[in-house]
Design a protein around this ligand. Structure first.
Ligand code: GRG
Length: 295
């Protein structure tokens, strides 16, 4: 199957599963559910769950086994975007081509919608894991996703990012921000896919390393797009890094070097994926596509 068709298939599966998990609510809590659905179903690329499904597929067939964990990481990612857009953080007005959550629902509900998605992600994973006869790989995958989202992962990276605004930071600090804030959950998604799929320890480590490189490349490309991107295609305003006086990869190393770094990381990823031959083709194509992405 052509890889773009496969991508469409994975995305459709994830969207249908998310829709099924978070139905419109009628109870007194309906506002928070509506706010959660607003951002979750606003049409993100579903990169992290797609990566999880693709990693799983290297080792196993039945995607139903991995879907709760793929949905969970998309919920965690969406919560982080809602909170990141708040006035107390990046203060952004547009996300996924729509007004940000707090612009529509107000700050209080936006905070709760983020919290609700984070909590729901653990509900989904634990609900699934407790039903298993052998829950170990499922619990291990849940742990990896939780750890990557927490103080030694995304939240840690976001903290350093926030504290670095309007400051000149070292290349090491920038590397910390990128590996923790962005790469950690991308890496954990691939790792969780390999764990649930039944990959060996070598496979699991390989997926983790590929994820770190992919996450770094993705973040640098994101920073490049914040300078040279098209707002229409991106579905959000550009120039916010400069406005928030953020030290980004292009700000520290320049645009040319940034393009080069993205290319080098993509090459590294493709070399590691060669271990899977034809089976790795989807991930090879996806990483190439991400390197050239405009949105
Ligand atoms: C608030 C705890 C907390 C963390 C926020 C994810 C994040 C950390 C901040 C968002 C800002 C940003 C540029 C993060 C880097 C990762 C990134 C490029 C996120 C956007 O991900 P995409 O492009 O978004 O996959 P879609 O909308 O397609 O899902």
């Amino acid at each position: 199957m052509e890889w773009k068709q496969q991508l469409k298939g994975y995305t459709a599966l994830i969207n249908a599963y998310l829709e099924e998990q978070l139905k419109e609510a009628e109870g007194l809590n309906k506002t928070v559910v509506e706010a959660m659905r607003y951002s979750l179903m606003a049409g993100g690329k579903r990169l992290r769950p797609v990566l999880m499904l693709a990693a799983y597929k290297l080792f196993s067939e039945d995607l139903n086994k991995v879907l709760p964990y793929a949905a969970a990481i998309e919920m965690i990612h969406t919560y982080s975007l809602i909170h990141d857009d708040l006035p107390a953080m990046d203060n952004d007005d547009y996300r996924r081509g729509k007004p940000t959550n707090h612009k529509v629902f107000g700050e209080g509900i936006a905070i709760l919608a983020g919290d609700g998605l984070l909590n729901y992600s653990y509900e989904l994973m634990l609900r699934d894991a407790v039903e298993k006869e052998n829950p170990r790989p499922y619990l291990r995958a849940s742990y990896e996703l939780a750890a990557a989202s927490g103080i030694n992962g995304m939240i840690g990276g976001q903290t350093v990012d926030l504290e670095s605004e309007s400051k000149l930071i070292s290349a090491d600090t920038l590397h910390y921000i990128h590996t923790k804030k962005t790469a950690a959950i991308i890496s954990a998604s691939l790792k969780a896919g390999a764990i649930i799929g039944g990959g060996t320890d070598t496979d699991i480590d390989r997926m983790e390393n590929i994820g770190t490189s992919l996450g770094l490349a993705f973040q640098i490309q994101d920073d490049i797009l914040d300078i040279v991107g098209d707002q229409e295609k991106l579905g959000k305003n550009i120039g916010s890094d400069e406005e928030n006086q953020k030290s980004t990869y292009p700000a520290i190393f320049g645009l040319e070097h940034s393009y080069k770094k993205v290319r080098e990381l993509t090459e590294e990823i493709n070399k590691s994926l060669a271990a899977y031959g034809e089976r790795g083709a989807f991930l090879v194509e996806l990483s190439r596509y991400l390197m050239e992405r405009e949105a």
